[in-house]
Write a new protein. Structure first.
Length: 250
């Protein structure tokens, strides 16, 4: 592999993952540790990435294209399972909860085994998962216009339904988190989530750390208004951004 080809491959890996370890690049490109470290130094000097301890971080904060539902189902799944396990500990019997769209929330739905719980969701995969579970689980699917990329419902029908509902807890995700801004890809989907969050006593943001310091089109909520963030440990993305704002559950 020529040097420029290797540079392009490294930048593509970093942009795809957000952050990546030197060891991962070594394994993917079959080159030496010393070569990768030297390449990262040159690429940082060119402004194509940012060096961090043990690896590199993308300099592109804005997501150029929203990942599809199927893409998100295979990305960072180990982290999503850890996050969902932590979130599960917060759900108690007899509660009424809202589950928003997102593959991390879908993993949480798969783990729920409560005997008596009322769940409202605007996400079709979450509804399909919960509706097949035994017991006295009550599951409500909010209808409206469906967005195929996230397989969730939004719009006036969904918003009017959610406006009259109130929840003990909401569990939601996002596409990006930049400073205090929690972002998603569309205004319409963000506004539907906002109504559910405003009608919830507690609000939990579930997101893996690849979304930190990224940007997307629409800010639908603020970090300061979240009860807690549930995220995975990550040596690259420090939890310092959460200090004095919310509790980070790891």
């Amino acid at each position: 592999m020529l040097k420029e080809e290797r540079f392009n491959a490294i930048v593509s890996l970093v942009d795809e993952k957000g952050t990546i370890r030197v060891s991962d690049i070594v394994e993917r490109l079959n080159v030496s540790d010393m070569t990768v470290r030297r390449d990262l130094t040159e690429l940082e000097e060119q402004g194509r990435l940012k060096r961090v301890h043990g690896g590199a971080k993308t300099v592109h904060t804005y997501r150029y294209e929203e990942l599809s539902h199927s893409d998100k189902q295979i990305i960072n799944m180990a982290e999503k399972k850890l996050i969902a396990q932590k979130a599960l500990e917060l759900i108690k019997e007899e509660e009424t909860i809202f589950l928003g769209p997102g593959t991390t929330i879908e993993v949480l739905a798969q783990l729920i085994q409560h005997d008596s719980l009322r769940v409202v969701t605007n996400c079709l995969p979450v509804f399909e998962t919960l509706s097949q579970k035994p017991g006295n689980l009550k599951v409500y699917l909010i209808g409206g216009e469906m967005r195929m990329r996230t397989r969730s419902f939004f719009g006036e029908i969904a918003n009017l339904s959610l406006a009259d509902m109130h929840f003990h807890k909401s569990f939601f995700s996002c596409n990006a988190l930049k400073e205090d801004k929690i972002m998603t890809a569309t205004i319409e989907e963000g506004q539907t989530q906002l109504i559910a969050l405003q009608n919830s006593f507690e609000r939990y943001l579930l997101m893996d750390t690849s979304k930190i310091d990224k940007e997307d089109f629409y800010t639908f909520y603020r970090l300061k208004d979240v009860t807690a963030v549930i995220t995975n440990p990550d040596e690259y993305n420090s939890s310092q951004i959460f200090e004095d704002k919310v509790q980070v559950i790891k």
